[in-house]
Design a protein around this ligand. Structure first.
Ligand code: CA
Ligand code: CA
Length: 211
């Protein structure tokens, strides 16, 4: 009896959650329900203390296996982007809100999302050091190059020339947004923050599959 009531309460909470965030997300009602079920499945073996939340390693596991993300620094920053209440876990509402931008974000939403991923120390600017760090980590090393850092430094200089609209030597959100609106390829200039289109499509297809 208790477990039935518990299950009903949990279902009601999930329905309330979807109702609450429904207007902010780019998912249909059925897709929202499918995301809830997937999340329950992902967290089904969690210990009581972590119930209904993905911890850092579970979150990374999904990014790697489902979304084929590989860059360590970016995966850490993605965790911060999803984990809006900063409790080092991703709960159901953070998961669905995050995926909404990650999978179906508008240009404006993805600009802010990628900017926050690249702004490693969260001070509101992408500095040259942050660009260097990100590019060094994401580029494949060329063993023939004598000084591989030299090429990355050149790339940082080119990026600054191209994107630093107000010429203060670092990228504000406004610099970044203007550059991306001119050339959408710059959205992921410093490393992959969003899943590849075919991977997105494959995942979104799982949300409309009737089980
Ligand atoms: Ca959280
Ligand atoms: Ca920064």
């Amino acid at each position: 009896m208790n477990s039935v009531r518990h299950r009903q309460q949990a279902q009601q909470q999930d329905a309330d959650l979807l109702l609450r965030i429904g207007k902010q997300i780019h998912f249909s009602e059925n897709e929202g329900k499918a995301l809830v079920n997937q999340f329950k499945y992902l967290t089904k073996d969690n210990k009581v203390a972590r119930q209904d939340k993905l911890d850092r390693s579970q979150f990374r596991e999904v990014l790697q296996s489902t979304f084929k993300m590989t860059d360590d620094i970016i995966m850490d920053r993605l965790m911060r982007a999803f984990d809006t209440d900063a409790d080092s876990c991703v709960n159901l509402s953070e998961w669905i809100l995050g995926l909404s931008v990650f999978l179906r974000g508008t240009l404006e939403e993805t600009i802010v999302f990628c900017f926050n991923v690249y702004d490693l120390n969260g001070d509101g600017f992408i500095s040259k050091e942050e660009m260097f760090h990100l590019l060094k980590n994401s580029l494949v090393k060329q063993p023939t190059e004598e000084d591989p850092d030299e090429g990355i430094r050149e790339l940082v200089d080119i990026s600054i020339k191209k994107m630093d609209g107000d010429r203060d030597g670092r990228l504000s959100l406004q610099d970044f947004a203007s550059a991306v609106r001119e050339d959408s390829l710059l959205l992921e200039a410093f490393g992959q923050c969003l899943p590849a289109p075919e991977i997105k499509d494959r995942f979104l297809a799982t949300l409309s599959t009737k089980l």
